[in-house]
Structures are given as C-alpha cells and as structure tokens.
Design a binder for this molecule. Structure first.
Ligand code: M6R
Length: 606
C-alpha cells in the first residue's frame, strides 16, 4: 500500500523523488519521507500528511542518490518517527519498505538481546538494523544476507553512507520496478511513475536483489547468483492526470463513464456474428468450449464485479461459476478441476491477496485470465491472458469507472461464451445492441446529477442505510453500499431484498433509509413486497428505477428514474446512479472524497 521511489544519477534526486512520490500518493498518504546521500552521510526528512507537506520542508535539499516513501500505516501509528526511511542506530543505513515483515518481533527481540536499540514501532526498522549488523564492508552482500532472514512480503530500497554511489533494492511479494535512463537510474513501486523519465524498465521478481548505480544495474537471484534480466518497454506515459473543472477526481471519473464504457467495448464486439473477440485472450474457440466451470477471484469492488459475473455466466452462458474473495480463497486448499477457467479481477493488478490466490491456482494447473486496468502490473504479467479495462488511470481511491468497465468486459466475455454454446446470432445481436446503448444511457443518468444531489442532500445526515436488490441488483446493492461507506463514512449494508425479513429488518425504522435498486424485471414485484415491509416499519425509501413510477410511486419517498436496459446490463447503469448518490452524500458531509481516511488505492499487503 505504501509507495517507494528512488533515484541515482547526475541530477537533483530530491526534486525527482518528490515528483515521483506525488505520482505514487494514491498508494498511501499518512506520511512521507525522503532519505538521501549528503556530504557527511545520510540525511532523512519525514513528515506526517500529504506529499505537499514534505515538499515544503525539503526545499533547498539536493542529492544525487535518494530513496523516498509514501506511507499507509501497518505497524505503528501515523507519526513522523514511524514514517520512512528508517535508519539503523548508527545512522549508516536507511531503508524504505513496502509490505509486512511477519517475523519482525522475533528479529527485533534477537537484535535487542545483542544490544541494538530501537527507536520506532515499525517492522521496517528491523530491516535497517539487520543490514547494519550484518554489514562488513560489502553493502550488496549485507542486504542479500538480511533478506534471507525476512518472512513476509517486501519491496525495499536501501542506502548506505559508505556507498554513496549505490542503492540496493530487493523484492518479494511486492512490486518494484527499476527504470533505466541515460546515466541515471530510477526505481518505483509503479511503472507508471517512471514512464515520464524512461520507457525501459526491469521488473524485480520475488527473491531478487539489485545493485543500482547511475550507469549500471546488476540483478541477483535468491541464491545470490548474478542473472541477466531482460528490459521491458513501457507502452505509454499516463502523464499527469488533472481534475479539470471537477471538484474531485472521483466526480471526474464518474463522469468519464460514457467514454470508458465505449473504450471497453471498442473493437471487441463482432457485429457481423453477434459475438465478441478479445485480441488479448490467448484461447481458441475450441479451448473455450472445454471450459466447464469458471472460478472468479477478486477483492472489494472487483469482487462485486465478479459477483455480477456469476449471475451473468450462469444465467446467460449457463456455465457454473463460483466467486471468491481472494483473502479467504488463498488460505483454502482449493479444488481446481480440469476444465476450470480462473478469472482474476483487479483494477490495480497489485492487490496482494488476489496475486497470492492467482499463484495458488496456477500452481494447481489452472489457466488464469486477468481483468486489469494497469499495463505492466504484477497481475497482468502473472496471468496467461489479460483483458484490459481501458478505463484510463483511476485516481480516486473509490473505484467507479474501473468497476463499470469490469462489468462491460465481463459481460462481453459472457456473450462470447454464450454464443459459443447455445445463444443464437439474433440474440447475440440484440445483446450487443443493448450494450452499445449504454454510453448514451450513462450520459442521461449523469444529466440527472443535480436531481440526485438534491435527494442525497436530503438524506446526508442519516448514519445508517440499507441498499436492497434482488438477482443482478443484489451484487449491485453491495457495491452501492460500499461506495457510501468508503467515501461518506456512513454505515451502509447491501442486502438481498428477500433476506431482509430473516433478521436485518429489526434495524429498519425512521432513522435508517433504504435505497431500493428496482432494476430487475424478473423480481420486480417481489421487491415491491419487500419494500412494503420496510414502509410498514416507517423506513424511508429512495427508489432507483427504470420502470417509470407505477406502484413504486406510492411506496417510495424519493425516486431516481434512469433509462431502461436489459436486466443483465442494469448493474452498470444503476451503479452510476449509486456512485453519484454516494458522492453527493460525501460532499454534503464534508468527507475527504478522493483519498478517504484509512484507505489506499492499491492494497499490496494482506
Ligand atoms: O485493485 P483492485 O481492484 O484489486 O482493488 C480491490 C479493492 O481494494 C478495491 O476495489 C476497493 O474495494 C476499492 N477502493 C473500492 O472502491
């Protein structure tokens, strides 16, 4: 969740690293720090808060060798002391770290017994102390020996005051990319933060250690043997993304969805045959026909997209589908039978639990297709095929446009599987036709933003909400509730409407409004009955519907009407309305929307 940046070369690395940290700030924004080689050793500057706070205090500092860090606290409170870099007790070694060292207590106790004094509560300080303790004149060797003692996940970058022309870096379970420039070298947790300096990158694999100098990078494997690594080319520079005229990135990204949905559809729909072709899917039609079961693994919003896909794949393509939360799945002993296709969904492609789950199923022989938004990410590189979302950089921590793009790609995949099996060409055409209407329908919903704002304002001071839906609207309700929790800090529960009476209805009263997602025609009447039960208990109801007013008019206190689409596509349109509702509630409550407290965009720890 933290971000690492580093520079070694002829330019002032402090400025370069601050700029790099700004590009990584989505990974953590509790505190930040910078460590650099100066005339008499290593200088470290750390501050609590956003990168801007650090930037103000490093003004005037220069160095040709710098490591830097933006933190999302795991071990130890958000304080200046706990911010990175961490030094050993002599100040000879500085370390920035991403990940968690699971055996740090044991290592710390052992070092303490040897007389080492600790100054912070972090697991990272152990790494610095360990390297300093092992060091006998060979910096690289000391890091190589130290990492052998670490259990857990890490990406680290290390400076030693006796080796001012070197940075040593290592990775296991966390991403670390080295950018090769002309007489200068960069390192980062995210390749996109390097692309404006260089397109030539080296990805460190698990267990590898690299000795980085301005003109040269040497990489060693876990056995400490030097290896030759290929240089990958970054495809493009995502540039500095701006908010434009929008107050928040989150709002801008919500408003981009007509376009991002178009991008996800572009060139994938085969109009002539009413089916779909994915250029990036390295599976033939015959191979796709052998798939008997789909297993989807993901976390958070991506898991909600996977849950919608379970309904789609079973209902439309008639393929049994399981959807699992990666953090639970990775500790099962999963049964992966022949004929199982695994779909791993992750916007960032760096979610530690999803990557671990992917490695587990790969070890069991499964074919993994990833759905990912970030080229060059760990997941995109691990999977056998990767279907890209083409949503463009999503800066808001709260996933919005990536979610609807995930739904589009999963729906296209479902159509492909259905057409290969039983769906007729005409049915395929109608399905694609409905999908092509989505961008205009999304624009229409965005056109109702002011009306949704008015309703959100009316309910903005309530502290508990239910989101109810049935069938496709059930996972949509989970996602709607997550948006409200995440950016407005309001308690919200997504629930299958029919399940309410089995317990949660006890919570319904005039202080707990219900958002009713009335977008499923098959269960529409059933949902109305469930809403009557809410009404009878004085619960306020805000209905989102495409069914005009009808019976809902008498039941709901407020109605948001959105365009009609297929039940299978309604999770996309209804989610846009839910995103706007959550955004405006958050705005009215004065919450920090783009970077909600306690959250990070990329969850690279367990
Ligand atoms: O990058 P991923 O899609 O793997 O991220 C998974 C979740 O951390 C993520 O969807 C999270 O739930 C979002 N912040 C929700 O808006």
């Amino acid at each position: 969740m933290c971000g690492i940046y580093g520079y070694i070369g002829p330019r002032n690395g402090v400025k370069i690293a601050i700029d790099g940290l700004k590009r990584l700030e989505y990974r953590g924004y509790d505190s930040a720090g910078i460590g650099c080689i100066v005339d008499n050793g290593i200088d470290c500057v750390k501050e609590v808060g956003k990168i801007g706070v650090l930037e103000a205090v490093v003004d005037g500092l220069t160095s040709h060798a710098v490591i830097a860090h933006t933190r999302w606290a795991t071990h130890g409170k958000v304080t200046r002391e706990n911010a990175h870099p961490h030094l050993d007790e002599t100040g000879a070694v500085a370390v920035v770290h991403n990940g968690i060292i699971e055996n740090y207590t044991e290592l710390r106790n052992k070092l303490k017994e040897e007389g080492v004094h600790f100054h912070t509560e972090t697991d990272t300080e152990v790494i610095a102390q360990l390297i300093a303790r092992i060091y006998e004149g060979n910096f690289l060797r000391a890091v190589q020996q130290a990492v052998l003692l670490l259990h857990g996940s890490y990406a680290i970058a290390v400076l030693h005051k006796n080796h001012p022309d070197q940075i040593v870096t290592a990775a296991a379970g966390c991403p670390l990319v080295i950018g090769v420039g002309a007489h200068e070298t960069f390192l980062s947790s995210d390749p996109n933060a390097l692309a404006h300096h260089t397109r030539e990158v080296i990805y460190l694999e698990d267990g590898e250690v690299a000795l980085i100098k301005a003109d040269e990078t040497q990489v060693f494997d876990a056995t400490q043997a030097q290896i030759s690594k290929k240089t990958d080319a970054l495809l493009h520079d995502i540039g500095t993304v701006s908010k434009g005229d929008f107050q928040h990135f989150t709002l801008k990204e919500i408003f981009e969805q007509a376009q991002t949905v178009k991008n996800a559809l572009f060139s994938r729909a085969s109009e002539e045959y009413g089916t779909v072709a994915f250029e990036e899917l390295h599976l033939t039609a015959n191979e796709l026909l052998t798939i008997k079961r789909v297993l989807i693994i993901a976390c958070g919003t991506s898991w909600h997209a996977g849950y919608v896909a379970k309904y789609l794949l079973e209902d439309v393509a008639r393929i049994p589908t399981d959807v699992e939360i990666s953090s639970e799945f990775r500790y099962k002993n999963p049964i992966v039978e022949g004929g199982t296709l695994v779909i791993a969904i992750s916007q960032s492609g760096e979610t530690a639990d999803t990557i671990a789950a992917v490695r587990e199923v790969k070890a069991k022989g499964a074919y993994v297709v990833a759905l990912c938004n970030v080229q060059g990410s760990t997941l995109a590189r691990e999977a056998a095929s990767c279907l890209f979302l083409r949503a463009g950089p999503e800066i808001g921590v709260c996933s919005t446009k990536a979610f609807t793009s995930q739904l589009v790609v999963l729906t296209l995949f479902t159509l492909l599987m259905a057409r290969l099996r039983h769906m007729s060409k005409n049915e395929g055409h109608s399905f694609l036709h409905a999908m092509h209407e989505l961008p205009d329908q999304i624009d229409e919903i965005l056109g109702h933003a002011d009306a949704i704002h008015t309703i959100a304002k009316k309910y903005s001071q309530y502290n508990d909400f239910f989101f109810l839906g049935r069938r496709y609207m059930y996972p949509t309700s989970l996602e709607g509730a997550l948006k409200l929790k995440e950016i407005a800090y309001v308690n919200a529960n997504g629930y299958p409407a029919g399940e309410l009476k089995h317990g949660p209805i006890a919570l319904i009263n005039e202080t707990c409004p219900t958002i009713a997602l009335a977008g499923d025609k098959v269960t529409y009447d059933k949902l109305l009955s469930n809403l009557m039960e809410v009404k009878a208990r004085h619960g306020k109801i805000i209905a989102i519907t495409d069914a005009g007013h009808g019976a809902l008019k008498d039941i709901a206190d407020d109605i948001i009407v959105i365009p009609k689409t297929l039940d299978e596509l309604a999770p996309i349109t209804y989610s846009v309305a839910c995103q706007l509702f959550a955004y405006f509630v958050a705005l009215e409550r004065g919450a920090e929307i783009d970077k909600p407290r306690n959250l990070a965009k990329s969850v690279t720890v367990e």
